[in-house]
Design a protein around this ligand. Sequence first.
Ligand SMILES: Cc1cc2nc3c(=O)[nH]c(=O)nc-3n(C[C@H](O)[C@H](O)[C@H](O)COP(=O)(O)OP(=O)(O)OC[C@H]3O[C@@H](n4cnc5c(N)ncnc54)[C@H](O)[C@@H]3O)c2cc1C
Length: 277
Amino acid sequence: MQFNSLVISNVELSPGYWRMRMTAPPPITGSKPGQFLMIKVNGGSDPLLRRPFGIFDTGAMVTEFTDCGSQSYLEILYKVVGKGTAMLAALHNGDRLDILGPLGRGFTPGDPAGEKILVGGGIGLAPLYFLARELVTGSRVRLFAGGRSREDILCITEFERLGVESYVATDDGTLGDRGFVTQVLERHLATAHNATLFACGPMPMLKATAEVARRHNVPCQVSLEAYMACGMGACLGCVVKGKDHGDNHPDYRCVCKDGPVFDHCELLWEKGEGGHS
Ligand SMILES: Cc1cc2nc3c(=O)[nH]c(=O)nc-3n(C[C@H](O)[C@H](O)[C@H](O)COP(=O)(O)OP(=O)(O)OC[C@H]3O[C@@H](n4cnc5c(N)ncnc54)[C@H](O)[C@@H]3O)c2cc1C
């Protein structure tokens, strides 16, 4: 679905990290955690391509924007890394956006029994909040959040308000444990019962999480980020290697259409991808 949207609020939460709320048509409330939006960040042709963002939250609107015909809202959490995201950060209340979505395959919550463990690295926390909101209705949910420094750990209070128990690790030790969040996760998994992992973050962190899941034999879904132009499987710009079928030929998957969420067993994790362990 393609729709026009109005910015309701756009707030800097931490240096370089922003949270934007915008209007959305009611069907958006039927979107699944882990799905994403392709947003045209301005009305002109620069940048030409839409930018992908996970859905941080969505719901029914209760206030003033209902009179412009939108009864729903959606939110994204984003980090300014280049031209498109800098343009988003410059938008104000009432500015217009052209959005395509929801797109892709989201997370599968699975059996409510057992513990649900969210693992987020930096801006990777964005799609996990929407997921947490759904999971807390039937399951015990824990969040393991990692980042370089305390400024990279976002919205923990929002997760905790949902009833999620949180554990934090930063590379420099400015918040939570010093070190990688996957090390904290691994200690927890030693005593966890019937756990399922849901992870989003930088590739080295996802790779380390998949490795921890393999060692502890727990199911794990990972949400990948990749460069993508169309978001619908046409441009093949976002392919990743999947497991082969025993014939030594990798089976390529589109992050946009086959993902962005994959079972970790579906993917071929390359050796030497970053130093995270
Ligand atoms: C399915 C999906 C969901 C995403 N969800 C979010 C989200 O919720 N919040 C958020 O902040 N970002 C998210 N991203 C990443 C976001 O799309 C990019 O950061 C954004 O497109 C950058 O646009 P730009 O014009 O500001 O940067 P550009 O000028 O295009 O690039 C600036 C820098 O960012 C790097 N970069 C750009 N795009 C990507 C990418 N897809 N993966 C890795 N590095 C990239 C480039 O290498 C370059 O160094 C998501 C990406 C995908 C594929």
